[in-house]
Write a protein that binds this ligand. Structure first.
Ligand code: GLN
Length: 539
């Protein structure tokens, strides 16, 4: 039987519930339990696919092609299990399921209501997401007190009632603000947050208190008294140097033992070696390597969450601290491009829309002409193809039809547009943008004598996609005799998946997103190779 650990958040958002949930799940996986993770998101969108990365952060793509919350990326990286379509449930999905059932007559005769119809649907989705694991960790997005989260909180309250107290427990992650002037840590916001939870029938079993410093026993006693939580179930969750230290920090406080006690399960021996080894590798990283990331969503680092993590992982595996300089592609001009010379490597990440495109093209050109290691991801690969077509092959005004629908050299275009060779009038349906992408993991075959083959050391790879446009199969012959090689091609042979330059030390573009499958322990072949090349470059 599956047991459930629900994780809620109090006082403010962005406390790191996802990392806390992932760290706890990791400790149980390393004890040999079968664990699952799921995120419940209270917003109305069916999925975050149509949201701006600047508002919501990165959209994490699962192997089976779901566009999900970035916390699922932490789950995969910390626990090493694959998330699926069922691992992220939004209020929009719940309501859409219920409305579909209502239309099919499944509730014939009843008035469809939040309780029990919406809450029953949520409970069903929680059971489906738990995948018959021993322990399911379920994170409720948002902050206790938000109107939107109420149906979710009501559902997990019912869940614990249905299953019995010790089969479903509640962990509340909260903030203890520190007041500088009086040198005090305040417990009042946490008291109120727990009061709010208790008013809807949820008594937290465990409190994880976020703050800059650990809290002492007196503070724990006070919190316990006011929140009705046992004194030995109040813990500190301090800011860590690296997020990958958090499983160790949780273990040091025996938070996992407390969960085991609350769930009333038999303990198994914990093997913390992978995290201890990782920590010791991190401590050996002294030298730094500078990567310029030429993006559009540079104001919110969370927009490139998995990418930042993948670079960091590759840094650790190369004994380097990766320093990322985020540069707004709109501000890059031919006058200031030379400053990139001081970078060890240049990365152009994924993106949508034509804002900042010309700056990215300048950066790709600069990397190509100056032998600077370059990694272009998704849009970043398309940029390289456009740049090469324009500046080396002299295909005038070469472009993607995403940016210029009238270009007479559409080297990147929607597959439906490839057929139109006239080049003048390509009409794309841009009205229906939700769920119209090439998504999820797909197979790709590598050329044996290529740079990427040296990285992956195998021919058959599978990587995750999230894009609409492709290198135009009708125009690839233009590149035949050039130094730009299509070194990875889709299994069917029609889609260009990887490009590289065979007259450059390390220049790779990939149509997929390798960052989604990088892990702290293994990194990812492309990022490991990229950072290795970057550390060899003298600036
Ligand atoms: N906008 C491009 C496309 O849709 C690239 C997408 C991306 O970088 N994820 O094909």
């Amino acid at each position: 039987m599956t047991r459930y650990v629900f994780i809620t958040g109090g006082v403010v958002s962005s406390l790191g519930k996802g990392i806390a949930a992932a760290s706890l799940a990791s400790l149980f996986k390393l004890r040999g339990f079968k664990v699952s993770l799921q995120k419940l998101d209270p917003y109305i969108n069916l999925d975050p696919g149509t949201m701006s990365p600047i508002q919501h952060g990165e959209v994490f793509v699962t192997e089976d092609g779901a566009e999900t919350d970035l916390d699922l990326g932490h789950y995969e990286r910390f626990v090493g299990i694959k998330m699926t379509q069922d691992s992220n449930v939004t209020a929009g999905r719940v309501y859409s399921n219920v409305i579909n059932k209502e239309r099919k007559g499944e509730y014939l005769g009843s008035t469809v209501q939040v309780i029990p119809h919406i809450t029953d649907e949520i409970k069903d989705l929680i059971i489906r997401g738990s995948k018959k694991s021993d322990i399911a960790f379920v994170e409720v997005g948002g902050t206790v007190g938000d109107i939107e989260s109420l149906p979710f909180l009501e559902s997990i309250r019912q869940f614990s009632l249905d299953l019995g107290k010790s089969n479903a427990i509640f962990v509340h992650l909260t903030l203890l603000p520190y007041i500088n002037v009086t040198n005090e840590i305040k417990t009042k916001p946490t008291q109120h947050s727990v009061k709010e939870l208790r008013s809807i029938g949820i008594q937290p079993d465990i409190l994880l208190c976020r703050g800059r410093n650990p809290i002492n026993q007196a503070m724990k006693n006070k919190l316990a008294l006011f929140t009705n939580v046992s004194k030995d179930s109040v813990f500190s969750a301090v800011d860590a140097k690296s997020i990958y230290d958090i499983p160790i920090l949780f273990k040091e406080q025996k938070i996992d033992d407390c969960i085991i006690k609350n769930l009333g399960i038999k303990t198994k021996k914990l093997n913390l070696k992978p995290w201890n080894d990782y920590r010791s590798k991190v401590s050996k990283c002294k030298k730094s390597v500078k990567v310029a990331m030429i993006g559009k969503y540079v104001d919110l680092v969370d927009s490139y969450k998995s990418l930042n993590e993948a670079l960091y992982h590759a840094g650790v595996l190369n004994s380097r601290v990766v320093e990322i300089t985020y540069l707004d592609s709109e501000k890059i001009t031919s006058a200031n491009i030379k400053s990139l010379r001081f970078m060890n490597a240049i990365l152009v990440p994924g993106g949508f829309g034509n804002r900042g495109i010309e700056g990215k093209i300048l950066a790709a050109k600069f990397a190509r002409e100056n032998n600077i290691p370059y990694l272009g991801i998704c849009l970043g690969m398309q940029i390289s193809v456009i740049e090469y077509a324009r500046n080396v092959l002299n295909l005038k005004n070469a472009n993607s039809t995403e940016f210029n629908i009238k270009t007479n050299n559409p080297v990147v275009a929607l597959v439906e547009e490839w057929k139109d060779r006239s080049g003048n009038k390509i009409i794309a349906d841009k009205n229906n943008l939700g769920g119209t992408m090439r998504l999820g993991s797909q197979e790709c075959l590598l050329k044996k004598n290529s740079l990427v083959y040296q990285m992956y050391k195998k021919i058959n790879i599978a990587e995750r996609h999230r894009h609409r446009y492709e290198v135009n199969g009708n125009l690839v012959s233009h590149f035949d005799k050039s130094n730009l090689v299509f070194s990875g091609i889709s299994k069917k042979g029609n889609l260009m998946e990887i490009i590289e330059l065979n007259n450059h030390p390390w220049y790779v573009g990939c149509q997929f997103h390798p960052e989604f499958t990088s892990s702290p322990i293994k990194g990812h072949p492309l990022f490991n190779g990229f950072i290795n090349a970057a550390s060899k470059r003298k600036t």
